[in-house]
Ligand binder design. Structure first.
Ligand code: GLP
Length: 246
């Protein structure tokens, strides 16, 4: 089962498409469980969702959310934490109920217990309906770096030097943490639907590997080939190394 591939002109078109997927879900199921992601790529999608909310088209009031990951050792108030990113980029601008938004606690002293708690919370919510994913240049999803088992669950991981370098831009000169808590590939594959977004030539190699190489933990995103309802939405630059008509 290969992921559906949708190639669009630019980030704005991707944002409209993916925001429409989430809006459709919220309209059909106001109490949907949303899987959310951080990074630069999803920002226009969140802006499109905020615009739809302001226009009265969608409400998050009865929805719940689970984010993929969080840095170890950053409090929620740290401007580079994913909790802070989600608050300022989406949650503060829509009517989502803060107690129904979930992000792993990077300050937890017992990472194993926190990971188990997170998995239990996802299960208790009934599982994730639609999980948004970005992709790292090395094929990582969430913070599942190359080598992550497809059966992996939420856990503490060590980040690669290239991932830390790519994310340094969010740290205003501060050090990027070496570790993170992330949903596992197995956790992500249990979401009922997946949508992975990618823009720019820097993601072209990862997109080609995830879609055209045999699924392997060497490219964690290639696990999406094993999911029955996965969609990849990217721009022409990110699609440029794919064989066949784009
Ligand atoms: C981080 C996140 C990933 C994200 C990736 C790419 O490492 N943990 O979930 O997909 O960055 O981010 P960007 O969209 O900024 O390229």
């Amino acid at each position: 089962m290969s992921p559906r591939l949708i190639v669009l002109d630019d980030a704005a078109a991707i944002a409209r498409h993916v925001a429409a997927m989430f809006a459709g879900l919220l309209t059909d199921r106001p109490n949907a469980v949303l899987g959310l992601a951080t990074g630069g790529t999803p920002v226009p999608i969140y802006q499109a969702l905020i615009a739809r909310h302001r226009a009265g088209e969608i409400s998050f009031r009865d929805a719940a959310s689970f984010n993929l990951d969080e840095y170890v050792g950053l409090p929620r108030t740290h401007p580079a934490s994913f909790a802070y990113f989600m608050a300022t980029t989406l949650f503060d601008h829509v009517d989502i109920t803060p107690s129904r938004t979930h992000i792993p606690d990077g300050m937890a002293t017992d990472a194993e217990a926190e990971s188990a708690r997170y998995e239990a919370a996802i299960a208790k919510a009934g599982g994730i309906d639609l999980q948004l994913l970005g992709i790292g240049a090395n094929g990582h999803v969430g913070f599942n770096e190359p080598g992550s088992a497809f059966a992996s669950r939420t856990r503490k991981v060590t980040l690669t030097a290239s991932t830390r370098a790519a994310n340094r831009r969010f740290f205003a000169g501060g050090e990027v943490p070496e570790q993170a808590l992330t949903m596992g590939i197995g956790t992500i594959l249990e979401a009922r639907a997946l949508v992975l977004v990618a823009t720019g030539a820097g993601k072209a190699e990862a997109i080609a590997r995830m879609l055209q190489a045999p699924p392997s933990p060497d490219c964690p995103a290639s696990a999406l080939q094993l999911h029955p309802d996965a969609t990849v939405v990217c721009d022409r630059e990110a699609a440029r190394l794919l064989d066949g008509p784009a």
